[in-house]
Design a protein around this ligand. Structure first.
Ligand code: AMP
Length: 280
């Protein structure tokens, strides 16, 4: 594995690979790598000649009251994971490398994708993700870029970004990796106390209850959402921001529950905010 810190070096390496006709796979991350990231890396390794992974904690996507300063950072552990999963090029740029100055031209996510669910709770978050993903896709120039279903709204936004702005990259979605008790693996799980960790299982239990209601024949979105919310409401110190059944591409509210729709939730467990979703 080769480690690169400069954009010029990264570009030179991926240009050379493309000229050889190599398929380039790209896995963008914020580090603190876990089993969810590893699933993306393994898939990228299986489908491409050259695998590029980035570790960059993008300040643009954090609100002023969010956890940018305390977000877990472990460079050596991340490099070990990347190497073990067969990454060819690890791009670990410093903040000034990606943003020498705060960018004055940025992307803005509109419509339900920008305005619903994560939109109002984390103003500017998806705009910041869109802007950095656009830049990273330009720097890496991958044939395929890998994103997790765990961040369903982000995934839908990236699909729409490449469509709306004619990026030539294929976006590949990877299923959510979970702990044995169902909790979606996340870097932010490290913030949970033992009691909170136990309570956090409520998110997936709630989503599963919503999906079970659908499978039992409920077609009213409110009934599916209520089945999920009931589980969350039964657990102390778990405070949902939303429980919503939405179209997987537009994030518009479902009019009638149908297979393929996304049942998404975000909840605060103590001071930690977790998100999760299932596909009906
Ligand atoms: P992050 O480092 O949190 O920005 O995540 C980098 C990528 O890994 C994103 O595409 C996430 O959706 C994906 N990811 C994070 N957690 C999981 C998980 N539990 N299962 C699948 N993908 C994940």
């Amino acid at each position: 594995m080769r480690e690169v810190a400069s954009s010029a070096e990264l570009r030179a390496a991926t240009d050379a690979a493309r000229q050889r006709g190599a398929g380039v796979g790209f896995v963008p991350t914020m580090g603190a790598l876990h089993a969810g990231h590893r699933a993306l890396l393994v898939r990228a390794r299986a489908e491409n000649d050259l695998v590029v992974a980035s570790v960059f904690i993008n300040p643009l996507q954090f609100g002023p009251a969010e956890d940018l300063a305390s977000y877990p950072r472990d460079r050596e552990a991340d490099l070990a994971v990347l190497a073990a999963d067969g990454t060819d090029l690890a791009f670990l740029p410093g903040e000034r490398e990606v943003w020498p100055a705060p960018p004055e031209v940025r992307l803005r996510v509109t419509g339900s994708l920008g305005d619903r669910l994560e939109g109002p709770v984390r103003p500017g978050h998806l705009d910041g993700v869109a802007t950095v993903v656009a830049k990273l896709l330009h720097l890496v120039g991958p044939s395929r870029a890998y994103f997790g279903q765990k961040d369903a709204q982000q995934l839908a936004m990236v699909r729409r970004l490449v469509d709306d702005l004619a990026f030539p990259n294929e976006i590949v979605a990877c299923p959510t990796v979970r702990e044995p008790d169902g909790l979606a693996v996340s870097s932010r799980n490290a913030y949970l106390s033992a009691t909170e960790r136990e309570r956090a299982t409520a998110l997936y239990r709630a989503l599963s209850a919503g999906r079970a209601a659908f499978l039992a024949g409920r077609r009213d979105p409110a009934a599916v959402e209520a089945a999920a919310r009931e589980v969350l409401d039964g657990v102390p110190e778990v405070k949902p921001d939303y429980v919503a059944l939405v179209d997987p591409a537009t994030f518009e509210p479902a009019k009638q529950a149908e297979p393929g729709q996304v049942l998404a939730t975000a909840a605060r467990v103590g001071r930690t905010r977790l998100i999760d979703n299932v596909i009906l």
